[in-house]
Design a protein around this ligand. Structure first.
Ligand code: 13P
Length: 264
């Protein structure tokens, strides 16, 4: 039998990463649809992360749907300055943003973000009372070459270097195997849970017993038909959803899976 998850800590969390999809007006419509569906959900954290330009519209729309929180997909590590094209923590806070995805594999691969940069961003995020969702995950080659454990260990340690231990409750870690992102190839629940467990052990080594309570969520082709199997694993506390978060019904069905598991 699987060990039961703590009902006091590790509140389930489902996050939608919209990536570069939806204009501001489309954002309003999608959030209206999601908001209506989730209005009876309680005791979970639900987060929508639209593009930066949609944040004002999203902030307006979310005002009417208390359960959904707003997240951003990235931020700069400095407070302000000559950083053309960048967005700061205070700019996000102004629109009621509560979470920020950091070190997504697309940022790491396509925009050369390093572990050290992700670590600096995570520290700045908590300074602005933004909850960092720090992403880690191995490539297909790394998995095939049996390097997954070593890659995850070095990413977790380096991406959270210097993270303030007294802010550890604010942290969410997302395990997103790169080979499962947008490919329809999902990690098996056992494969995912093995890495989640490793991450939890690493967090405990780095931050003491409170490290064990950090929420570790899975991302990579999460869909309504695989969400229950993934989230019923003992070390999987929720999901970071890409494509399926752009479909209000699919996103709601994934949220329902998490809710039903916690209620059972
Ligand atoms: P998909 O759910 O589309 O595979 O994307 C996962 C992801 O990258 C979420 O951050």
């Amino acid at each position: 039998m699987k060990p039961k998850k703590s009902v006091i800590t590790r509140r389930p969390i489902v996050v939608g990463n919209w990536k570069m999809h939806r204009t501001a007006s489309d954002t309003r419509d999608l959030l209206q649809d999601i908001g209506t569906r989730v209005s009876r959900i309680a005791n979970m954290d639900l987060v929508a992360c639209p593009p930066f330009t949609s944040l004002p519209a999203a902030s307006d729309a979310l005002g009417r749907h208390g359960i959904l929180a707003l997240g951003a997909q990235n931020m700069h590590q400095n407070k302000e300055g000559a950083f053309t094209g960048e967005i700061s923590g205070s700019m996000l806070r102004e629109f009621g943003v509560r979470y920020v995805i950091l070190g997504h594999s697309e940022r790491r691969q396509l925009f050369n973000e390093t572990d050290a940069l992700v670590a600096a961003k995570a520290i700045t995020a908590v300074d602005y009372h933004l909850r960092p969702i720090v992403c880690v995950g191995e490539s297909l080659t790394q998995r095939q070459e049996k390097q997954t454990e070593a890659v995850i260990e070095s990413q977790v340690r380096a991406s959270l270097a210097g993270f303030p231990a007294d802010q550890i409750e604010e942290l969410v870690v997302a395990y997103e195997p790169i080979w499962a992102i947008g490919t329809g190839k999902v990690a098996t629940p056992h494969q995912a849970n093995t890495v989640h467990h490793q991450i939890r052990v690493l967090l405990t080594q780095q931050f003491g017993s409170k490290g064990a309570d950090v929420r570790v969520i899975y991302g990579g082709s999460v869909k309504p038909d695989n969400a229950t199997a993934l989230m019923s694993e003992p070390d999987i506390d929720g999901a970071l959803v890409g494509g399926a978060s752009l479909d209000a019904k699919a996103f709601f069905d994934i949220i329902e899976s998490a809710r039903t598991l916690r209620a059972s």
